[in-house]
Design a binder for this molecule. Sequence first.
Ligand SMILES: Cc1cc2nc3c(=O)[nH]c(=O)nc-3n(C[C@H](O)[C@H](O)[C@H](O)COP(=O)(O)O)c2cc1C
Length: 181
Amino acid sequence: MWRKISFREWPYILHPRPVTIVASKFKNKLSAMAASWTMPVSRKPPVVAVAIAKNRFTYELIIKSKEFSLNLLPKEHLDKIQFLGTVSGREFVNKIKAANLTMANARRISSPIILESLAILECVLRKDIESGDHNIIVGEIIEAYARKEFNILNEETIRRIPLHVRSNKYTSPIGEIIEVE
Ligand SMILES: Cc1cc2nc3c(=O)[nH]c(=O)nc-3n(C[C@H](O)[C@H](O)[C@H](O)COP(=O)(O)O)c2cc1C
């Protein structure tokens, strides 16, 4: 009736989940990585948490700069998301450019943002919590904006949000909004 789930497999009980791009910059070094272990953790103040492995270059840049942006790219850019999630920014002068994405200045932080995004959060590091092979990066959102057409209640918007299934497999919400009474 039940089958055993291995320690390797269990996180995927909590997938599929939206994949975001976390970007950060310190001095002349920058990076951006795919992150699907992301979640909202407070409304007031607005706070987001991302589980990031300590060996990621992006982790190093966040700890040094104390800032990061969280970019929601539409599923048209899945190949770029996969690129950002499989190579390290240590290998490139500009990993965002290498991914064929357009980098721009954020409004209030030094981290770059990605112009192809549907929505963007600008965050300031509040806490870096040990949890195992990933740390929990807790960021206060100091600026949030989205494309004019972005509306989470709109099926067109929902359909464009990429969900990470596992490794290089993705899906997207079917787009039907079901209202529960
Ligand atoms: C879809 C996807 C989601 C990912 N989610 C996470 C995550 O939530 N946390 C994490 O530490 N790494 C995650 N990764 C792996 C990093 O994105 C990957 O190691 C990346 O190359 C790190 O780049 P950097 O060294 O430039 O920071 C994910 C990879 C993919 C493809």
